[in-house]
Design a protein around this ligand. Sequence first.
Ligand code: PEP
Length: 254
Amino acid sequence: MRRPLVAGNWKLHGSRASNASLLGAIRAGLQSSWHLDVMVCPPFVYLAETAAALQGSPVILGAQDASAEAQGAFTGEVSASMLRDVGCSHVLVGHSERRTLFGESDELVARKFRTVVAAGLSPVLCVGETLQQRQAGATEAVIRQQLDAVLAAVSDEDLARGIIAYEPVWAIGTGHTASPEQAQEVHAVIRRTVLARSARIAGELRILYGGSVKGANAQALFAMPDIDGGLVGGASLDAADFLKICSAAAGTTQ
Ligand code: PEP
């Protein structure tokens, strides 16, 4: 039985004051009877303060990105070991906004995956097709290509540390969620691809769905057999909606 995970990606949002009230509301609303992992991924500058605000709570901390380099003359970069140092346990790698807006290649994403694992953290590898690719019938090929780039670059041990997030680009921040069936179809492709490498890892691998997840659609998505939780952008900034998503992932109805 895979433990569900709901991760909030705050993207380029927040302030010290708004983060404090959001975290306070999330902490107050999470029920100890809910069996799931909950993570927040604030911008880099707020990570240390968020780690302090989460002391004594079960909420875990993730970063939105990390450098592929461990250290050195790379102005503006933040390394995975620094993220670990300030309290992160997870790092998103290959988010579609990094791939499309910042030109991250499959090869770079694979290097980031390895660097994150080497620092003792768990990468959350994001994969997903554009609308054009879906309409051209290329969804499976695109997902396999993004996955294969990482699978080819990492050991079984590294792979087992990872989580995968299927995020169709056309669903991110658009309000157009994939239907539970559309999402399940791709999640099954992802699990089968990993299964060809290792049945054990595939069985234990958590595959999150991301793309306009809200309190109103979460339950139907999470009811699918290969959907193990969500990577949530916009709705993670609204404590009530985020808690509703967490409740759905825990299998309760709030
Ligand atoms: C995301 O940022 O990864 C995301 C899925 O955003 P949203 O939930 O807003 O679509």
